[in-house]
Design a protein around this ligand. Sequence first.
Ligand SMILES: Nc1ncnc2c1ncn2[C@@H]1O[C@H](COP(=O)(O)OP(=O)(O)OP(=O)(O)O)[C@@H](O)[C@H]1O
Ligand SMILES: [Mg+2]
Length: 577
Amino acid sequence: MVSLLLLIVLGLAEGIGLLMIIPLLHLIGLGGAADSGVVTAFIGRSLALLGLPLTLPAILCVYVALVASCAVASRFRDMQNIKIIQGFTYFLRNDLYEDLTRVDWLSFTRIRAADITHVLTAGMEMVGGGGQLLFMLVSTLVIAAVNIVVAFTLSPAMTALALGIGALLLLILRPFNRQALHIGKEFHQAREEMFAVVTDNLGGMKVAKSYGLEKRCAHHFRVATGRLVDQVIKFARLSTATHMVNEIGAAVALSVLFLCGVEVMQLPAAYLLLLAFLFARVLPKFSQAQRYYQWICNTLPSYGAVLAMQDRLVQGQEPRCASAGQPLRLEQEIELRGVSFRYDQTSHDDAVHEVDLMIPARRLTAITGPSGAGKSTLADLIMGLLVPDQGQVLIDGAPLEGPRLHDWRSAVGYVPQETFLFHDTVRANLHCAQPDAGEEDLWRVLQLAAAAEFVARLPQGLDTVLGDRGVRLSGGERQRLALARALLRRPALLLLDEATSSLDVENERQIQEAVRRMPRDMTVVVIAHRLSTVRLSERIVVMDQGRVAAVGAWDQLANQAGLFRSLVQAREGTPRL
Ligand SMILES: Nc1ncnc2c1ncn2[C@@H]1O[C@H](COP(=O)(O)OP(=O)(O)OP(=O)(O)O)[C@@H](O)[C@H]1O
Ligand SMILES: [Mg+2]
C-alpha cells in the first residue's frame, strides 16, 4: 500500500517537475504569447504559496529540490519493494517446506527429489524475480500514466493520437507476448530436467564410474544444459525483437506527432518542445513495460510450479491432531488385525495382504522372508509411517490413529539399512535423538552398538565431523552409529530393518548380544535376511508375497516343511561370513 502510494506521488512529482519547464521556457524568452496561460499561472501561484517569486533561480531551486526528494523517495520505494518481495518469497518458501515436512510418507516417496529442490531454489528465485518485475511494471505504468495526464492537459488531441499509436503497437506485439509465455514453460521444464540430471548423476557417480559411464553422464548433462541455452536464446530473440519493433514504432509515432503538431495543430514552440519531450519519455516507458511484461510471462510457469507443488503437498498432508507430546508406552503388544496395504491403487497386488500378527512387548521378534515379500512395508505400517488401506494396527489394544500416531512414532527407534547421518560431529548426530543426553549416556549406547572402539579412534573422538567434508565411515560403522542413536532415545520399540546387514559376523554377534541385553522394557523387532541374525529371536515371522507364511520359534519352524525350512536349507549350503 505504502509502495503504491509512493509510486503515485513519485509519478506526480515527476509530472510537476516537467510542468515547471513551461514557465522556465517562458522566462528565458522561448515561450510564445499563447503559452503563458494556465500552467505558468499555476506554477506562479504554487511558488507564491511557498513565498518564492517566479524567477529563474527560484524555479531552478524548486526543481532541484523536487528531483532530490524524488531520488530519496525512489530509493525508499525500491528498498520497500525488495523487502516486500523477499518477505513474500521467504514466507512462500518456508510455507512450502513446512508442507513438505507434514506430508505423509507415501506421498513423500512419490515426489521426485530434484523437483522439490528445483521449486525451493531456482523456482523460488524466479518467483522473486517475477515479483520484482511486477513492481517495476506497475511503477513504469504509473509514471507513463502521469506523463500522459500532463500531456493531456497540454494537448488532448495530440495525446489521443499518441494513445492510438500505442494501442496499435500493442496489437502488433500481442503474439510476441503469447510466445513469451510458451517459452517460459519450456524454459521451466528445461531447468527442471537439468536439476533431475544433476541429482541423478551425483547420486550415481560411483556406479557410473565403475561402469565407465562418465561420458554418458556428461552427454546427458550437455543435452539438458543445451536445451536450457536454446530457451534462453529463444527468449532473447523475442525480447530483442519486441524492443526493436518498439523503437521503430516510437520513432514513427514521434515523427507523426511532431508533424501533426506543427502542420495541423500549429502548436506554439514551447508546447511542442514539451510535448515532444513528454512523448520521448513515455514511448520508451511503453517499450520498457512491454519487456517487463514478457519477462513476467517468462517467470509465470515457475510460479505455477510452486503453486502446483504446494497443492500436491497439501493434498498429501497428514491430518493435524494435537499430540499429547509424550511418547507412547508399550505394555502388552502390537497387534495387526487384517492389515492390507498397496502402494499403487491402480494395481491388483497388495504389498501387504490381510496380515494378522501379534508382536509381544519386551521380546525380540524377527521378520524374515525373500526380497520383496513386504517386510519393510510391514515395518512402516507398524511404525505408523504408512496407514493401512484395510485393517488396523493396535498398540496395547488401542488403534494407531489421530494424535497417537505422532506419539507412537516418537516412541520408536528406527534404524534402516540406508542410514542417514548429518554432516556434523558424532556428538551432534547422537544428540539429535536425545538433546539432553550426557557424555556417559553417549558412551553407554556406543558401547551397546559396538561403536565405542571406532569412535574413540576417530581423530577428534565424539567431536569428529562426519560426511562429505569430514570423516567418511564404512557402511558397517555408519550402521552401528545409527543404532547407537536409536538406543539413546530409550525407545519403547526398537525397529531394525536390515540394520546389521553391512556388519561382519563378529560385530553382528556383539550387537545381537547387546540387543539381548537391552533394558527389559524395550521391544525389539529385527528385519533380516541373514538367518544368523534371526536365530536368537524368540519369535520369527516369515513373510512371503505380502502374507505371513509362518510364525514360531527357530526349532519349531525349521522342523516344519515350508518356506522357512527351505530358506534354512539353502543358507546352510552357503558358507557364513
Ligand atoms: N515406495 C514404493 N512404491 C511402490 N511400490 C513399492 C514401494 N516400496 C516397495 N514397493 C513394492 O512393495 C513390495 C514389498 O516391498 P518391501 O520393500 O516391503 O519388500 P521387502 O520384503 O522389504 O524386500 P527386501 O528384503 O528386498 O528389502 C515390493 O513388490 C516392492 O516393489
Ligand atoms: Mg526391505
